[in-house]
Design a protein around this ligand. Structure first.
Ligand SMILES: [Zn+2]
Ligand SMILES: [Zn+2]
Length: 192
């Protein structure tokens, strides 16, 4: 059974704590519960788009420079070389922190409210935590629920059959929208 140490899960702890701090320190605006749910749901959806965009357009980009290739190797391609290595499975703070900071600032500017940005960020972090959990499940567990079994097969086919397609991990939604979706029918037996 693979061991996931605190070091590998540090970003999950860090961002969860950051969300609690943000919701504690930002002034309470008069948002209705519907508005709050809508903002958090939009944050979750924005995670799905962020995950897809980074995976497809950044991590699988064919960099020309040696520095670029090394960076992308460290960020994602080393995970393709050894998908079951837990040391390469989780995202690191070095890469995620600038993205999280930019997201929070853009959300603040776009909504004009730090509280609204905090709710959007809460959704983003919820999506990110789901991503880390589902990604770990895909490589190291055999889920019982049909939905999780489907997502596991979908991601493993990205690794072992179509690395230029099936980029979604938490959902194939943006694969469907942007033309990189391929069904998993007929590929039930995929090695982990
Ligand atoms: Zn993977
Ligand atoms: Zn990939």
């Amino acid at each position: 059974m693979p061991v996931t140490g605190r070091k590998q899960l540090a970003p999950v702890y860090f961002y969860s704590t950051l969300v609690v701090c943000l919701l504690s320190i930002t002034p309470r605006a008069n948002f209705s519960w519907r508005h709050t749910v809508l903002l958090i749901s939009s944050g979750i959806l924005s995670w799905t788009l962020t995950e897809y965009t980074l995976h497809r357009f950044v991590f699988h980009y064919s960099a020309r420079s040696l520095f670029g290739r090394k960076l992308l190797h460290a960020a994602h391609l080393s995970h393709h070389e050894n998908p079951r290595a837990t040391s390469r499975l989780f995202s690191g703070l070095v890469i995620s922190l600038p993205i999280a900071t930019a997201y929070l600032l853009l959300a603040w500017i776009a909504t004009g409210s730090l509280r609204a940005a905090a709710y959007l960020f809460t959704g983003l972090v919820a999506g990110y935590c789901c991503y880390e959990w589902l990604h770990f499940q895909a490589h190291h567990r055999r889920p019982r629920l049909r939905l999780f079994r489907y997502l596991r097969r979908y991601h493993l086919l990205h690794h072992y059959q179509t690395p230029e397609q099936r980029f979604g991990v938490t959902s194939p939604l943006f694969d469907l929208i942007l033309g990189t979706f391929r069904p998993v029918r007929g590929h039930k037996r995929v090695k982990a």
